[in-house]
Ligand binder design. Structure first.
Ligand code: SF4
Length: 339
């Protein structure tokens, strides 16, 4: 399903404002807004069709080679904007709609579809200074483009994570390699919620998918090894003394540097609207910024589509809902319970 389809299919569980939408009309609006040019969307649609038919591209020498390059190896390209973070298929923080590999914002594969305007210079030339790369929306809260805000979750999710951390620490908290915190579990949950956008079992919702990842992390903490040997993606969040910690030089990692690392995993910042590479990328980030947790995603999608239908700037409309919540013109779209 393309990100455009995801926008159109928004608003599960709410009064549906979307049923009479014409997909062509929405696509034309996106193109007119400069988010897409027709060739780019056609290329993206073709890749998505291949994925639908054959499954996601993998990197294991079978089928078509995706050629994923890690952020560490892609620094020169990333500096000028040639990176996953600017690709329309990227699903923050570590996903991709079309390849299996776990991605990074600064990584790249050979299928990248980069909308016009996302590449700031030709390879070999100097990237634009940071101040010129980030343009805040006039409607963004002041300071949002510079980061520094910590993500918040719905009260329900926070209470559930707190309970898990407390129960775990009651039994295992006296052992440094097994101890955890609410903050660490939030970081794991955030990754799970982001990964849901990329792939999940059909019987799962975003919350259950993210909680399953938290449970897998707790299992890894208490037993020293993962239930599924492929689960290595949160090893950087383990205490340094845990046998699977990816922090190689555990002796150099103080408790406070571990703490700052976890903090950095929970930091959010709204980008300037021109920096979002797809509607889905913007909607996900706005949900994280809203302070209402991931349950607000369908509402933000719905506000986005209302904006398109009304001829307004869809980002501004969605952004108003995420930042002004009950004072926003689209407050009727907010979830009714649990906040
Ligand atoms: S460049 Fe795009 S298609 Fe390739 S891995 Fe990154 S997000 Fe996926």
């Amino acid at each position: 399903m393309s990100y455009l389809d995801q926008v159109i299919n928004a608003s599960g569980g709410h009064s549906a404002p979307l049923e009479n939408l014409d997909e062509k009309e929405i696509r034309a609006s996106l193109e007119a807004a400069g988010m897409l040019v027709p060739e780019e969307q056609d290329l993206a649609d073709a890749l998505l069709e291949i994925v639908e038919k054959h499954g996601k591209f993998n990197d294991d020498n079978t089928g078509v080679w995706a050629g994923y390059t890690s952020a560490k190896e892609n620094t020169e390209n990333a500096e000028i904007g040639v990176k996953c973070g600017n690709c329309i298929f990227w699903q923050a923080p570590n996903g991709c709609s079309i390849i299996v590999a776990e991605t990074e914002e600064g990584g790249l594969c050979r299928f990248a579809v980069l909308p016009d305007g996302t590449v700031t210079a030709t390879a070999g030339s100097k990237p634009a200074p940071k101040k010129d790369q980030i343009k805040g929306s006039s409607k963004n809260p002041s300071g949002s483009a510079s980061g520094g805000k910590s993500i918040t979750f719905s009260k329900k999710v926070e209470a559930s994570l707190q309970e898990k951390a407390d129960k775990h620490n009651e039994k295992y908290g006296d052992t440094a390699s097994k101890k955890t915190s609410l903050k660490t579990l939030k970081a794991v949950y955030r990754r799970g919620a982001g990964a849901f956008s990329t792939s999940h079992r059909p019987d799962q919702n975003r919350n259950s998918w993210a909680m399953a990842r938290v449970n897998a992390f707790l299992h890894l903490l208490r037993t020293g090894k993962p239930k599924n040997s492929k689960y290595t993606t949160d090893n950087d969040l383990l205490p340094a003394s845990h046998p699977r910690s990816s922090k190689k030089d555990a002796s150099a990692l103080t408790a406070s540097s571990y703490d700052s690392y976890i903090d950095s995993q929970l930091e959010i910042a709204l980008l300037g609207k021109d920096q979002y590479v797809s509607a889905e990328h913007a909607i996900h980030s706005l949900a994280e910024y809203s302070g209402m947790g991931y349950d607000i995603i369908p509402s933000i999608r719905a506000a986005w589509v209302r904006g398109l239908k009304a001829g307004d700037d869809p980002y501004e409309r969605a952004s108003l809902l995420a930042t002004q919540l009950h004072s926003s013109p689209d407050s009727d779209l907010l979830p009714k319970e649990g906040f």
